[in-house]
Structures are given as C-alpha cells and as structure tokens.
Design a protein. Structure first.
Length: 350
C-alpha cells in the first residue's frame, strides 16, 4: 500500500512524497518513491504504480524491475540490521552512490560503458584508484543482493566487464599497503607536544598514544575497554565487538596485556560512575593526533599507524606469530603481516 507524506521545502512550498513499499514473508522486496507539488498528483502516481506492479506480478515479472540506480541502493540501505550496524565508510559510500550521476537511470538498463564513464569521471574529480574501486565493490554487492532477494535482472555481467577493463588500464586498483613506521624522533616530538597540551586538555593523549603502542589497539577499541573486563590474574582483557569483515556485534575476544600496558591502566582514574577505562570520543582522539602531526610537520602519519608500529615492535622483541596474534587479535598470518614492517637491522641474531 502506498503512503504520502508532506514536507516543507526551502522555498516555502510543500512537496508531497509518494512511496510504495512491498513486503514478502516479512522482508522488504520493493521500494520506490516520487515527489510531487500537489497531493492529488502524488495520489495518482501511487494508484498508477500499484496497478503497474500488480500487472508485473501477473505477468511473472520480478518486482522492482523498474528501479533506478538510486532506488536500488536506497532499498539495500534498508537491509542494515539493528545490532549489526555497518561501518562508517560503508554507510558514507552508499549514501554518496545513491545520489551519484547515474541515480535516475534504470538499473536494468545500465551498460558496461555507463560504469566505465562513471569511474573515469570519479577519477577526474579527484578520487584515487582504490576509492574508485570501492564504488565498484559496493555496486556489485547491491546488485548481487537485489538479484538474490528480488529476483531482479541486474547488470552484474556489464559491471564485471567494466571492472576488468578498469583494472587492466590501472584506473582502479587495490589500496596500497602502508608501511609507515614511527621513528624515535617522531615519537619523542609527539610525546613532548602532548605533554604540554594535556595540561589544558580533557583527553590524556600521552597516555592514549603510549597505550596504543603497548597494545596495538585501534582508537575505537581503546575507548571501549571497560574496568570490569580486566583480568589481572591472567594478564588479559576482554575486547568487545572486535572488528571482523563479516561479524562484529557480539564478537568478544580476550587479548594479552603487557606489563607496560598494565602500568598505563593503573594510572587512569577508575570511577564507579564510568565503566570505561578511557571514556573519550575516538573521533576526538583521531582529530587531536592529526592536528599534532600537522603542527609538528610530521609527514604521512596516522593514528592507525601506531597499530602497525606496535605490532612490529612485538616481533622485534622476539615474539612468534602465534604469540603476537594474542596481543593484536589477528586471525591469520596473511592479515597479520600487513601490519608488520620489520627493519632488516632490527632482526635479532639467533
């Protein structure tokens, strides 16, 4: 059944958005909407489209066949489940794709050249090869889901052909693996800067930076650690909702804490009013670090690079792959080695 909602526009006029949402076995299988200047026009569109959808179903055609690029991505966004929220990057990429230049094109009419032209324009606008490649990845995810759930004839073959061509021409590419190590001079400079800054700031960046280097924890993970999840007797802590490509919510794991990490924890002010060890906004931590790097003139250094540095230092201390994984919580060597950048001179003699 269609619904009509009114909304006041910036120019003072009223717009009427007509929306049709169809469900099958409790699952949303089709959604489309249009905005009109009068309620009568919106009502007429609902009547006409509902009749058209019934005719499609009578002919055995899959519902949603007429969905545009933008409508299809909007439908996919509704599939995010409560408690299994997508990451910020995925949400932002989908929101941008939904309003992209091809948003009004019928999804089933898109061709290989449409995708190639779209990516070439993205690169011309300043997007890098890896960023442009992500657009193709998300589009493929949306099309595959729509084909499986809606039975929709999506242009997957044309998208794959375009992706192969674009990779061959190096217009898109995988993201380059970072190998940025934190030098001793850079670490001293950052610690000195934060020591002065922390006297008048709410976030103790010196402690957080040192904790990151001692634990290989991401900024979001540091701010999720709870006092009640520490086990001093076993020398471990529980990290809730560990990052995972397919599973995050409820993916709780224990990780090893070094003596240095315990010393930093002991210096924090535990409070019965706050269960968190570092009760700070992870975005504020990242912003403070980025600002410091810029002011100090340190090139190409991010807070996440501290995780790389911490992992490399664990190997330099002589820990094995299996042992390092107990600190970092990497599940495979293939993933762990991306964060490991040993210098030849730091390899110990056996």
């Amino acid at each position: 059944m269609g619904t009509i909602t009114s909304r006041r526009r910036k120019d003072g006029s009223t717009g009427y958005t007509a929306q049709i949402r169809l469900k099958r076995d409790g699952q949303l299988v089709h959604s489309e909407s249009e905005t009109f200047s009068t309620k009568a026009l919106a009502r007429e569109w609902v009547t006409r489209r509902e009749a058209g959808l019934q005719l499609q179903r009578a002919r055995g055609e899959p519902l949603g066949k007429r969905m545009t690029w933008g409508e299809l991505i909007g439908w996919y966004e509704l599939r995010e489940r409560q408690g299994e929220e997508w990451g910020r990057s995925k949400k932002a990429d989908l929101a941008r794709l939904k309003t992209a230049s091809l948003r009004d094109r019928r999804a089933d009419s898109l061709t290989r050249q449409d995708f190639i032209s779209y990516i070439e324009n993205r690169r011309a606008e300043g997007a890098g090869p890896a960023t442009a490649a992500n657009d193709l990845i998300w589009l493929r995810t949306v099309f595959k889901t729509a084909t499986a759930v809606l039975g929709l004839p999506t242009p997957l073959h044309a998208l794959d052909e375009a992706a192969n061509f674009l990779r061959g021409e190096r217009i898109v590419a995988k993201s380059r693996q970072r190998q940025r190590r934190l030098s001793e001079a850079e670490e001293r400079s950052l610690i000195a800067y934060f020591t002065q800054r922390d006297q008048r700031a709410d976030i103790p960046m010196v402690e957080i930076m040192r904790f990151a280097l001692a634990t290989a924890r991401r900024q979001e993970e540091i701010t999720r650690l709870q006092w009640g999840d520490l086990s001093r007797e076993r020398g471990i802590a529980l990290l809730r909702d560990v990052k995972h490509p397919r599973l995050k919510a409820g993916n709780h794991k224990f990780f090893k804490l070094s003596p240095t990490a315990w010393e930093i924890i002991d210096r924090q002010n535990g409070s019965t009013r706050n269960s968190l060890i570092f009760p700070y906004n992870p975005k504020s931590i990242g912003a403070a670090f980025t600002r410091a790097v810029h002011l100090l003139g340190i090139p190409d250094l991010r807070f996440h690079d501290l995780r790389h540095e911490a992992t490399s230092r664990l190997f330099e201390k002589g820990y094995s792959i299996q042992e390092v994984a107990q600190f970092t919580l990497h599940e495979s060597w293939a993933t762990l080695k991306r964060y490991t950048h040993l210098r030849p001179e730091d390899v110990p003699d056996r």
